[in-house]
Ligand binder design. Structure first.
Ligand code: G1P
Length: 904
């Protein structure tokens, strides 16, 4: 284990630190920092506004941390409270008399650094207040742990960068020429005159600052704002010349300050510490608009008391987030780890995929898939907040079933794709329905399906196979009808368009085309002939669920009004379709495309929900049968799996290839199994044989499940960039948490409880294992050595919470009614006979306690349910406990309700 929890609020201690162990510090306003045990990392509010120099994972290995605090000790010399000085770093590496420990919690980070040789200890606490300021606070404490009195000269050293990440080597020097620096009593302010951007320079209104105080609020006594004056000609940030002799900073001051690199070097009053005495300083690192008053920031945090109050508020804020779902079990470290996983989707909402050290791609923002996926856990935590987000997100759907991929900062803002090579990810159409379905089940709000939204329109048409050269910005970003009116229609219709257009868009094996890629972004080189069996299965499963949902709500809503052209794709209404015929499908899709551009007619027609359900079901059934008949690979009676893909040569990717150096000649991927299982394309014994195959061919020796076996020589750049990744890394054969978690979800859905638990356990143990080398949480993937990679920002967190809550603890909604259908393995209970979960449901708090009476391997049948001590009538317990929506208020009478579930 890499950490130990120290309280029941998921605070932890970590003594096996490494240089690239990063931790997030942020707030919902958009201040985003990362910090390591060596105080490395950066701080920014967007790709254009980095306060500290931007870092990627590799930068963390150097000792040049942008956050430092120095003490010149009379008679002893210079000492860094962060340990980032040349001599200290060397001593630390040699293991000489230095100890470093991290203590952290929701969301604060404290480095404890003890240097016995120097007789000093520092504690550096860092956090970003949860208010609406863009500031990171560093609270630096130094303690004399030796036997003699020591005299100190304290100086902070925070390197201010103040520009876009792109400029780290693009015009690095030129841009320092636009810098203007201002000293105020409390610190240093950097204001670049312009935002340097050769596509169009603009005036800059942002100010970057470093402010400092003693713990009693006293201000610094001297400042040295220029980096080069501070480090000197031959010095470095790890051994700055201006501090080497404890001299006054004025000696190093330069007259000309314009156009230079900047540092927040703030000198505080000298002081003396007797043995065991300590002293603290406050450093504020931040950014603000020039017209914002710096004094409101100064006055908010300029004393120890104020900083500690802000810390408490910050802790409360994140603890509330982490406790929205309160998982409790007897598995090792589980309760604490789950609190961290609970906040991961919130972190991803804040950081996008661009702003932690592993996440150096993109310029901020999330992708389409992530947009929907992150909503899953938000729905489970607080669905009320999500309704608007969902409706807004649907504005990104194009009427050809594809979607905008460039997502703006504001709600529902999507941007035209001006790439010359636009891409379609063929899985994109599946996620909105999955998320909306969860929302409807948790809340009973079926009305959302009939809320109106526009369709996105840009120059990319016919699922990016063609370009509309006549489309201009002036035309606008919405699909219109022939009268020039923006067409608005139901969310349900948007979902239908996504599925119908995909259903007909098949390749030469009558499987949906892979297009630019699917969930696996690395499969990006099979645009012409590639096909995705995996996601054909998910579209099929969605169609099935949609049909079921439509039947359930048909009494209430009866019918739906849709644009006339969509009826081309509802072909069962017009006769007997020929789904085995690929040209039939492609031609129909083509006919549809021809009908919707440049505008739709504007005519609409109504259709009964029952008729619509029938059409969707016919399509789903066809997919189910087709996949089972054509893509099922049987190894032996106990072992079988689905082929997942066709590559750009039209060849099958998975199967049995005896001539290859593979176990039993089997090439197999997990994705192909996950969605076929989730949808129940195979069940019972056959479903078990899929699990057997995964265990045999994909199980990693350290425990996890690999995304794929080696791809074989036929799958290279005719399949995707992923083939070039070292096998076992990222999208090529790593234990990729997201897919493993969806695999366990699928197994639980099929009632394979022991198998599901085995998968759960294997990934959970990796997360808490020593080799993972991460703080508590679930990372994106594990290397073959079991190291956790790309920690914090991953869609697997949402799916992990979803699976635990709705499958394992089994507390979920069904059209707003409450279902309790646990699938709990014995291990969750340890030596105890009860475990619990706390959650919000229907605007009430539920505390559900599961009690076991007998010894069993797993528990999935309910004997009795008590709500607030009232024994529930038998009629509510059949295969599972179900309290319909209209009965909720009769039994869930309190704000906080206790539900006791007796399991047999
Ligand atoms: C990441 C992306 C996700 C993509 C996956 C596989 O996964 O965010 O959209 O499907 O890689 O390429 P994550 O880190 O979310 O688990």
């Amino acid at each position: 284990m890499n950490f130990n929890f120290t309280d029941d609020m998921a605070s932890f201690e970590c003594t096996r630190v490494s240089r690239d162990l990063y931790f997030p510090l942020c707030n919902e306003t958009g201040m985003m920092s990362s910090i390591t045990p060596y105080l490395h990392g950066d701080s920014k509010t967007s790709n254009k506004s980095f306060i500290l120099p931007p870092v990627t994972i590799e930068d963390l290995h150097n000792t040049r941390s942008p956050r430092n605090f120095w003490f010149y000790i009379k008679g002893k010399g210079l000492w860094s409270a962060t340990g980032n000085s040349l001599p200290q770093a060397l001593r630390e590496l040699e293991g000489k008399s230095i100890e470093r420990k991290v203590k952290a919690g929701l969301l604060w980070h404290l480095v404890e650094y003890t240097d016995k040789a120097f007789g000093l200890k520092s504690e550096i606490l860092s956090f970003v207040p949860s208010d609406n300021n863009y500031v990171e606070i560093m609270y630096v404490k130094v303690k004399n742990i030796g036997n003699e009195k020591l005299d100190f000269i304290p100086t902070s050293a925070i390197q201010l960068y103040g520009r876009s990440a792109e400029n780290i080597r693009d015009h690095r020097h030129v841009i320092s020429l636009v810098n203007r620096v201002k000293e105020i009593d409390e610190g240093v302010i950097l204001k670049p005159l312009i935002i340097f951007d050769e596509r169009g320079h603009t005036p800059n209104t942002l100010e970057y600052y470093v402010l400092g105080f003693e713990d009693n609020g006293d201000k610094p006594v001297e400042k040295l704002p220029l980096l080069h004056s501070f480090i000197g000609k031959n010095g470095t940030l790890e051994w700055p010349e201006a501090l080497l002799k404890g001299e006054s900073l004025s000696k190093f001051k330069q007259e000309r300050t314009d156009g230079q690199e900047v540092i927040g070097a703030l000198r505080f009053k000298d002081f003396t510490l007797s043995p065991q005495e300590e002293k603290a300083f406050i450093i504020l690192i931040g950014i603000k608009e020039e017209n914002e008053d710096i004094f409101s920031i100064i006055n908010k945090y300029n004393s120890k008391e104020k900083v500690l109050t802000s810390l408490e508020e910050n802790k409360k804020f994140w603890q509330k987030r982490a406790n929205l779902i309160e998982f409790k079990s007897e598995l090792p470290l589980f309760d604490g780890v789950m609190k961290w996983i609970n906040i991961q989707p919130v972190l991803r909402k804040i950081y996008g995929c661009s702003f932690l050290p592993h996440h150096d791609y993109g310029k901020g923002g999330r992708g389409w898939r992530d947009l929907w996926q992150d909503c899953l856990s938000l729905i489970l935590q607080n669905p009320d907040d999500v309704r608007d987000i969902l409706i807004n997100n649907f504005a990104g759907v194009r009427i050809d079933g594809s979607n905008a991929t460039i997502i703006g900062k504001n709600k529902g803002e999507f941007i035209a794709d001006r790439n010359n090579i636009p891409r379609i990810w063929m899985d994109h159409g599946t996620w909105p329905f999955l998320t909306t379905k969860l929302y409807i089940d948790q809340t009973g709000d079926t009305k959302i399906l009939f809320e109106k939204q526009s369709y996105f329109r840009d120059g990319i048409i016919c699922r990016a196979t063609r370009k509309d050269v006549n489309w201009t910005d002036k035309y606008g970003l919405n699909h219109k009808d022939k009268n020039g009116k923006i067409y608005f229609s139901t969310i349900l219709e948007h979902i239908l368009v996504q599925h119908l257009s995909s259903f007909f868009n098949v390749g030469e094996h009558n499987i949906m085309k892979l297009e630019g890629a699917d969930w696996n972004d690395g499969i990006d080189k099979a645009k012409d002939r590639g096909e995705s069996v995996a996601f054909t299965a998910l579209y099929g499963y969605n169609l099935k669920q949609m049909a079921e949902l439509l039947r359930e709500i048909s009494e209430e809503y009866k019918e739906i009004e849709m644009f006339e052209e969509i009826f081309i794709l509802l072909d069962t209404l017009n006769g007997k379709p020929d789904y085995d015929n690929i040209s039939y499908k492609n031609n129909l899709l083509e006919k549809y495309f021809e009908s919707i551009y440049p505008e739709i007619s504007g005519k609409t027609r109504k259709l009964s929900l029952l008729e619509l359900a029938k059409d969707l079901e016919a399509k789903a059934n066809w997919i189910y049968e087709h996949l089972k008949k054509n893509e099922w690979v049987k190894v032996d009676n106990e072992t079988a799996f689905f082929n997942g893909y066709y590559n750009n040569d039209g060849k099958r990717v998975d199967g049995i290839f005896k001539d290859e150096d593979l176990k039993d000649g089997v090439r197999m991927c997990l994705t192909g199994q996950v969605f076929t299982l989730m949808g129940g394309i195979v069940k019972d014994k056959e479903a078990k044989s899929v699990y057997n195959a995964a265990k045999k061919y994909l199980k990693e020796s350290h425990g996890g499940y690999k995304l794929n076996t080696p791809l074989g020589k036929d799958n290279q750049l005719n399949f995707g960039r992923l083939y070039a990744f070292a096998y076992g890394e990222k999208e090529n054969g790593a234990t990729f948490s997201h897919m493993v978690v969806m695999f366990m979800n699928a197994l639980y859905k099929q009632g394979l409880i022991e198998e599901g638990f085995e998968v759960f356990n294997s990934i959970y143990n990796l997360c808490i294992g020593e080799n993972a080398d991460i703080y508590p949480g679930i990372p994106e993937y594990f290397t073959p050595e079991g190291k956790g990679m790309y920690h914090y920002l991953t869609g697997s967190a949402s799916w992990f919470i979803l699976t635990l809550l709705t499958e394992i603890y089994g507390v979920k909604g069904k059209l707003g009614g409450l279902v309790i259908e646990p699938k709990l393995s014995r291990e969750f209970f340890g030596n105890k006979d009860s475990i619990s979960i706390g959650l919000n449901f229907s605007n009430k708090r539920l505390e559900v306690v599961f009690v076991i009476e007998k010894e069993k391997n797993f528990y999935n049948s309910i004997k009795d349910v008590y709500i607030n001590d009232f024994k529930m009538p038998e009629q509510f317990i059949n295969e599972y406990f179900y309290l319909p929506f209209e009965k909720l208020n009769c039994y869930l009478t309190k704000e906080k309700n206790n539900i006791k579930v007796i399991l047999v």
